[in-house]
Design a protein around this ligand. Structure first.
Ligand code: VG1
Ligand code: CO
Length: 553
């Protein structure tokens, strides 16, 4: 690629691109590609230029910038600072060593009245030179940019001819302080402090401290990713849990080789401590950028869909929510467990497409207070992102107020509401054409399914989910294939929008057993007929060449 450089009086450089990058379409959660791709000349710069040309309020505005510490984090920060200065931002708030979790970034955007933020993370994807990198764009409400904005950014990437930056040396972000790049102020703050203050406003730390003191050992796995410094502070300092409570607590560029996705497969060390060795009463883990959470009790895995339901049912016990919640929302593939709680509480319940950005309008309009996704994401109106450590504190607070074990909480919950047996089967790294063919074929088959018998029941709805935003009335279509059955079972099939290698097919399975039924069964057995029938209808094994999923949750 050839460059022509024009130098302005403020040493502003305009770099002409000789060709544009074709593959900068943001997915479920920002632009996510291999680190190698992001290291290609001008690749990152092009996407950032498109953001700076599109995000409202750049001139004279304040932007929040940070990331999960993965390989490429600091390089990207230096580039964005120089580009931000050339685009007339008044201020960029960044953090020491660039460490900033996604929920903490959301909080900062809101508290600093910023026009938005750029979060450098590929979330739960592996990091390092051979891993993945990503750029998430958030708006002024602190939440992921809505589809209208990401579409506009994408359109811009395709017509981009040049980008501009200030030709100045890197600045040091190892310590707190203020710097100036031409007219733009760079304020380096500690990315942990403000978030901790927010948590202190929501939770009763004394009662959690008491619980941990009373022989209730807890363990947290930060997976060598961004939550380490936050968790050390919250758990070991403020809540006085013993040193060593936080495992893998220093952010590493390659996450120490760990795949920072908190599920039973990738956080198996933690799972073993709780489920096999039964050494702790409570265990949790967060993902690369700190927005996901996995909750475990002694000998008990809490399914994320159930976690959302339990959080909703117990919100009145938490100081920050004691005045009641207005409503809840869940993503479409998330189980209906929370719907039943919402009905009992007589509050509104919304079903949105996958991706946190769809909760933003509902939260802003105060239609909902709490929301969540089956993919280990839970959150509330305290920020506009899902929040891993918030969910951990929420659970600890429930436990501290109710003084039951995690498994007792779950059993009580099911006895009251019935149990939504649930599982997600992921088929990762499928050859893309095979995955698309499978999906398209299944979509075509759906039209003839309604009214027919399926998995021991009758199909009531078979379609591709379309969502109309209740607030701005925007329509998002083709959000996942649904097969809903008369007995309340649900099967959802969708393609991942966050993977970077081939295609990932996700199959979500749900079957309801009322409170009078058997509530203590293995979900895979309860769901067996649904699994078998969708596998044969969609020809999953034959078309993917896989006889079992790569990850089962
Ligand atoms: C996945 C999850 C989705 C989540 C998204 C971003 O998307 O299924 O629920 O919102 O990741 O999470 P997909 O398209 O791969 O299924 V994160 O922790 O990357 O911000
Ligand atoms: Co994440």
């Amino acid at each position: 690629m050839k460059h022509q450089e024009k130098v302005s009086p403020f040493s502003e450089k305009k770099i002409r691109l000789t060709n544009s990058f074709e593959d900068q379409k943001p997915g479920t959660s920002g632009l996510r590609k291999s680190t190698k791709k992001f290291c290609e000349k001008d690749y990152l710069e092009s996407f950032i230029e498109a953001i700076f040309q599109t995000l409202p309020g750049i001139k004279g505005g304040t932007l929040v910038l940070g990331g999960d510490g993965r390989y490429g984090n600091e390089r990207a920060i230096q580039i964005i600072l120089k580009m931000g200065a050339a685009h007339g931002l008044k201020k960029i708030i960044t953090t020491t060593k660039g460490i900033l979790s996604t929920p903490a970034a959301s909080n900062l955007i809101r508290s600093q009245n910023a026009i938005g933020g750029i979060i450098l993370s590929a979330s739960h994807n592996p990091g390092g030179a051979n891993g993945d990198f990503g750029v998430k764009v958030n708006g002024a409400n602190g939440g992921p940019a809505p589809e209208s904005l990401t579409n506009e950014i994408y359109r811009y990437t395709k017509k981009l001819k040049e980008y501009k930056l200030l030709d100045v040396p890197d600045i040091s972000i190892t310590a707190k302080g203020k710097h100036f790049l031409s007219q733009m102020c760079v304020e380096v703050i500690d990315g942990v402090d403000d978030y901790i203050h927010l948590m202190q406003k929501l939770f009763d730390f004394e009662s959690i401290k008491q619980l941990i003191n009373d022989d209730f050992p807890v363990i947290f796995d930060a997976m060598n990713a961004v939550t380490g410094p936050y968790a050390h502070y919250l758990l070991e300092k403020l809540l006085e849990a013993p040193t060593g409570t936080v495992l893998n607590g220093s952010p590493l560029e390659d996450f120490g080789g760990i795949h920072p996705d908190p599920n039973l497969t990738y956080a198996s060390d933690l799972a073993e401590l709780l489920l096999e060795k039964k050494q702790y009463s409570f265990g949790a883990a967060c993902d690369g950028d700190g927005d996901r959470n996995m909750i475990l009790g002694k000998d008990c895995f809490v399914n994320p869909s159930d976690s959302l339901a339990v959080i909703t049912a117990n919100a009145h016990l938490i100081p920050g929510y004691s005045e009641g919640i207005t409503g809840v929302a869940r993503s479409m593939p998330t189980s209906s467990a929370v719907d039943v709680v919402a009905k009992e509480l007589n509050i509104k319940c919304f079903e949105t497409p996958t991706g946190w950005k769809f909760f933003g309008n509902l939260l802003d309009a105060n239609e909902i207070t709490i929301c969540g996704e089956e993919s280990f994401g839970t959150g509330s109106n305290h920020v506009r992102e899902k929040d891993g450590l918030w969910a951990v504190l929420f659970w600890l607070q429930i436990l501290s107020k109710r003084r039951l074990s995690v498994s007792e909480i779950m059993k009580e919950h099911w006895l009251k509401y019935g149990r939504h047996y649930y599982s997600r089967h992921d088929y990762e790294g499928i050859e893309s054409k095979a995955a698309n063919d499978l999906y398209n074929r299944l979509e075509n088959l759906l039209t003839s399914l309604t009214g027919k018998p399926f998995a021991g029941s009758i199909v009531t709805v078979a379609d591709n989910f379309e969502y109309t935003d209740p607030i701005d009335k925007s329509i998002s279509s083709r959000q996942g294939l649904r097969i809903l059955l008369e007995d309340k079972s649900r099967i959802i099939v969708r393609m991942s929008g966050t993977g970077t290698k081939g295609s990932t097919l996700r199959v979500y399975l749900e079957r309801f057993v009322p409170k009078t039924g058997d509530l203590d069964q293995d979900p895979q057995l309860v769901l067996k007929q649904l699994i078998d029938d969708i596998n044969s209808l969609a020809e999953i094994e034959r078309r993917t060449g896989m006889n079992k999923p790569t990850v089962i949750t």
